[in-house]
Design a protein around this ligand. Structure first.
Ligand code: ZN
Length: 691
């Protein structure tokens, strides 16, 4: 009988089972749950509270291991899911594990892959056995089960492994939360069996969403199993800060004192100190390096956004109180410059500084627990760090602004004199649907022009698939949803064709921001957009309309979606989102579509972009005007796509356009080299649409 089953059925308490980590508590703060402890892994000792940088792809983004060591990193987190796909288990086996592979000799904690799997709803089939998912890299199918997850974590050579759990948003309903919890419990036992007597530690995960009684039940069950540590899972995915703190407090109170406690995916400095106060020992978060990529630094005086012109001439270090190599050797002006011109050194320098900041913060927290002053320190810091978490301290005396700005992340709401509102990306200055009322633009450019309602009425036709590239504030997708609902109301004879909308988006802040100010965005007065944010999926009550969200890079995710009939191509412009407008991208799209009839609608009328579409193989037509623009662009795999019964087809670009293109100063898109130019031009001239 496996050890887990023995322990469970004989009612052993984990306290009776030796932990592989041998946690010893050096100090316990009075008046607080905070504690200073240490534990030992196969690759050395770890002092807690500890912050673990995230090394998703066996590297902490843009940092080498020297910086990690020098800044004080003692444990790295690596992502089983990503490493399973690339480089794959056989590489880790060949190298004897991740430590030698990435030249890191200290402890590594691996997650189970569950979190990533459950954030890819489209490609995942789940049952008792595990989750079957399709690789976004090469389309291969993988089974992630408790057994395969542990095997992969063993191959990686992890020091601390995590059990596979079913992650659901903390805002999930009770039935879903309870089902996920029960499955997580069964998987926890299978994970322990799979670990067997391997030397690596294994952590159990307490689930139960936002239901205190479920959390209690989950903690009671999971801590009855002989895990070496315990994680609080399913937080930091949708709940408010206050809810998270309450749930954390309730969860840690139920965990044994003699095992490390890990709060997964948290957080900002204030989140960290709040959780330490509630008894948490271990943290991981992508914030230090991901904010660095966006040009943001955590400093002792607050968060600095280095993109701002304010820093252009500042010959002072990023943070006067920091001794990191970035602050010792470089000025704010230089970092500002690197960020502006998007040099990776800027990302590296800010990431390096942010890692020093986080590790210094953790050492300070620990020192205060040890010296018995934590509670005073906590009270002081949670006030002063509110601004560390908050916005730019150099904006304490901002120029007067006409009105309160409606901001979230890199986005703000703009309201035009005509009364409609749009979302603007602050860093690029680009406004989504900049030329007219967004809802009106969506209707004309995507819905009416594609004759969506007529297509939905082709009875007996297979499911119609729309790709919504650039979800933004969901203006285009909601225009399609409304069109479907109107068709459903007015269509009486026979069944309406079913519709699937697949939205692609890298950053959900524009939608979050617009929902926060939904009074200004009438298209959001509907249940679907919030459901998308929560579940990445929404289904119409008729069962005839499915809407899915694929979060991430479009070019990586497109293989996961069914071939579309219509593409609403609405990313930011070439200037801001260049990769989505290249010949390579259009060729990839065309190849994926070539065996069917697909039409792509876009606002761009750029000569070079139209040429790139032609070069890739599309037929290209003039789209309808969206005042003040006199036309837009439609591309399709075959000219037949432009014919919808009862409507005149859109006019293909003709020889007049070709003549103008020949004379154009911008006839070739960026990325085509001088060597390739002649071939490129010939391919345009020989395109069948001009013969
Ligand atoms: Zn620094």
């Amino acid at each position: 009988m496996p050890i887990t089953a023995l322990c469970y059925f004989n009612g052993f308490q984990p306290k009776n089972v030796m932990s592989r980590l041998n946690l010893s508590i050096a100090a316990q703060a009075s008046g607080s749950g905070a504690r200073a402890a240490e534990f030992t892994t196969q690759h050395g000792k770890v002092l807690t509270p500890v912050f673990m940088p995230v090394g998703t792809q066996a590297t902490v983004k843009c940092q080498n291991v020297g910086t990690l060591r020098d800044s004080g990193s003692t444990v790295l987190l690596a992502n089983t899911y990503h490493l399973m796909l690339r480089p794959g288990a056989e590489v880790f086996r060949a190298f004897g594990g991740i430590h030698r592979f990435m030249n890191w000799d200290k402890p590594v904690l691996t997650d189970s892959g569950g979190y990533q799997i459950f954030s890819l709803p489209h490609a995942c089939k789940m049952n008792e056995k595990g989750a079957l998912f399709q690789s976004y890299v090469d389309g291969r199918w993988f089974l992630l089960s408790p057994e395969t997850s542990i095997q992969m974590q063993k191959d990686i050579g992890s020091d601390i492994m995590m059990v596979l759990d079913q992650c659901i948003p903390s805002t999930a309903n009770r039935v879903a939360a309870e089902a996920a919890m029960d499955l997580t419990h069964r998987w926890a036992r299978r994970s322990l069996d799979a670990r067997g007597d391997a030397p690596a530690a294994l952590f159990g995960i307490v689930q139960g969403a936002a239901f205190p009684d479920l959390r209690e039940k989950s903690a009671a069950y999971i801590t009855s199993l002989p895990f070496d540590g315990f994680a609080v899972g399913g937080l930091a995915v949708g709940e408010t800060k206050e809810q998270r703190e309450d749930l954390t407090e309730a969860a840690t109170a139920l965990l044994p004192r003699d095992r490390p406690r890990y709060l997964m995916g948290v957080g900002t400095p204030v989140d960290v100190i709040e959780a330490v106060h509630r008894g948490v020992d271990m943290f991981d978060c992508i914030i230090p390096t991901s904010l660095a990529q966006r040009g943001t630094a955590y400093t002792s005086i607050g968060r600095l956004h280095m993109r701002r012109g304010l820093y252009r001439l500042q010959d002072v270090p990023l943070d006067p109180d920091c001794q990191c190599p970035t602050c010792r050797h470089y000025s704010r002006a230089y970092i500002h410059h690197l960020i502006k011109v998007e040099e990776v050194l800027g990302w590296h320098l800010l990431g390096q500084h942010n890692l020093y900041f986080y590790h210094r913060m953790m050492r300070e927290i620990r020192a205060n627990v040890v010296s018995g002053q934590f509670i005073d320190y906590y009270k002081e810091k949670r006030e002063s760090w509110a601004h560390v978490d908050g916005d730019d301290p150099d904006a304490i005396h901002p120029r007067p602004r006409p009105a309160r700005r409606m901001l979230l992340g890199d986005y703000e709401v703009l309201t035009a004199p005509q009364g409609f509102s749009s979302v603007r990306q602050c860093s690029s200055g680009e406004v989504m649907h900049s030329v007219s009322d967004p809802a009106e633009e969506s209707r004309l450019l995507y819905i009416e022009q594609s004759r969506l309602d007529a297509r939905l009425r082709i009875s007996g036709a297979p499911e119609l698939v729309i790709w919504d590239v650039g979800l933004g504030a969901a203006t285009n997708a909601m225009a399609a949803v409304r069109c479907f609902e109107e068709s459903l109301l007015t269509h009486t004879s026979g069944a309406l064709r079913s519709l699937r909308i697949v939205s692609f988006e890298r950053d959900l802040d524009p939608l979050r921001l617009a929902i926060r100010h939904s009074a200004r965005f009438p298209h959001l007065h509907h249940a679907a957009p919030s459901a998308m944010l929560r579940n990445a999926h929404w289904e119409h009550a008729s069962g005839l309309l499915q809407w899915d969200l694929l979060e991430g890079d479009f070019l990586e995710k497109m293989n996961l979606a069914a071939r579309p009939d219509l593409i609403f191509y609405d990313p930011f412009s070439f200037k801001t989102d260049g990769p989505l407008w290249t010949t390579e991208t259009f060729l990839k799209l065309f190849r994926a579509m070539a065996d069917g009839e697909t039409s792509l609608y876009t606002y761009s009328t750029s000569t070079a972009i139209r040429a790139a579409l032609l070069w890739a193989g599309f037929y290209v037509a003039r789209g309808v005007p969206i005042p003040p623009k006199t036309e837009t662009t439609v591309a399709c795999t075959r000219p037949e796509c432009l014919h919808v019964a009862g409507y005149p087809p859109l006019p293909l670009l003709d020889r007049h356009w070709l003549d103008r293109w020949e004379r154009s100063g911008a006839k070739v898109p960026a990325g085509v080299t001088p060597d390739e130019q002649a071939d490129f031009e010939n391919r345009i001239r020989k395109h069948p649409q001009f013969s």
